[in-house]
Design a protein around this ligand. Structure first.
Ligand code: AMP
Ligand code: MG
Ligand code: MG
Length: 307
């Protein structure tokens, strides 16, 4: 058999790297010293877990795939990585799948990897552990085409017998795996949004959508998991603040199951390496009925959020 396509080898490695990352996230929390640093005020934090996980993911992937462009959230001084942080494994189940033909000849140097080592840091520091995810997004030609979301504390309240943590992954044209796809019942409008980065505009935009329920949780990864598991119908964030590493992996997984993630105007996000990191025009995402939510965004919100 021909050797697997670069994309599938990268996804298989990133899966294992994300599992190692989750173990680091849990170990730092169990150790009790989070080493919290304020990057830009109390609502933009970095912990020892953010730092160690970024080193682990970036170093592990760049050793195996030296020509990749990898962009991580954290600004770290140059470092000698501890060998304990390196993960060499690859998830064999992914290598058994056939790469979608349109991606089978992609070269390593054409891929851009967006890494959020710990999404939901604020919630991590507050003990809302199942809001936390590790995000590895893969882009080609400016488009999010594959992603891995690890949820290190999935099941943490389900009792000692439950398996702790899970990894969800997806590739455009192949599908997404590691969870049960579900839709919100009865066409209810359940809007999911930020809990720690709210504003009048964020709330006005949600209000205009006629919500039955508003769910406020941390993390972009966590919110997209709610969409694909039928726990929320739209992720609405009418504010700057969310970055490309927050949206790349979740977008790829959502798109792989037929959903849509864009800015608040309905414009696609771009993930080429030169792109501005900030998603200045907010985020709008759904599994189904995207047009309904897009049509409800007030003009005043659109005018205030310039891409
Ligand atoms: P949230 O929904 O508030 O958890 O935000 C999703 C992602 O976007 C997280 O990684 C946040 O850190 C980031 N984010 C959103 N708004 C802001 C902001 N105002 N400042 C810094 N980061 C933000
Ligand atoms: Mg994040
Ligand atoms: Mg982060």
């Amino acid at each position: 058999m021909a050797s697997p396509a670069v994309l599938m080898r990268l996804v298989a490695s990133a899966y294992s790297v994300a599992e190692k990352a989750a173990a680091i996230v849990r170990k730092v929390m169990a150790g009790g010293d989070l080493g919290i640093v304020e990057k830009c005020g109390a609502n933009d934090l970095q912990t020892k877990a953010d730092r160690l996980v970024q080193m682990s993911i970036c170093s592990s992937l760049s050793r195996k795939f030296p020509k990749l462009t990898i962009i991580g959230e954290e600004d770290l001084p140059s470092y000698d990585v501890d060998e304990e942080l390196i993960e060499n494994g690859q998830y064999e189940e992914i290598l058994k799948k056939t790469c979608p033909p349109q991606y089978s000849t992609i070269k390593e140097e054409e891929l851009v990897v967006w890494v959020d080592p710990l999404d939901g840091t604020k919630e991590y520091t507050e003990g809302l552990l199942d809001h936390v995810t590790v995000l590895i997004g893969i882009a080609y030609g400016g488009k999010a085409i594959a992603g891995i979301i690890n949820q290190p504390y999935y099941n943490y309240e389900a009792g000692a017998d439950a398996v702790l943590g899970r990894t969800i992954w997806g590739v455009l044209g192949l599908g997404a795996f590691g969870f049960q796809l579900k839709e919100v019942p009865d066409g209810k409008h359940i809007i999911i949004t930020t809990r720690s980065h709210s504003s009048k505009m964020v709330n006005d935009c949600i209000g205009a959508m006629n919500p039955d329920t508003v769910v406020r949780v941390g993390g972009a990864g966590n919110k997209v998991i709610h969409l694909i598991e039928g726990k929320a119908s739209a992720y609405v964030f009418a504010s700057p603040g969310c970055k490309k590493w927050d949206t790349c992996a979740p977008e790829a997984i959502l798109h792989a199951v037929g959903g849509k993630l864009t800015d608040i105007h309905g414009n696609s996000l771009h993930y080429n390496k030169e792109v501005k990191h900030m998603n200045s025009a907010g985020v709008l995402a759904t599994l189904r009925n995207f047009d309904y939510y897009a049509s409800r965004v007030p003009d005043s919100v659109k005018q205030a959020l310039v891409p």
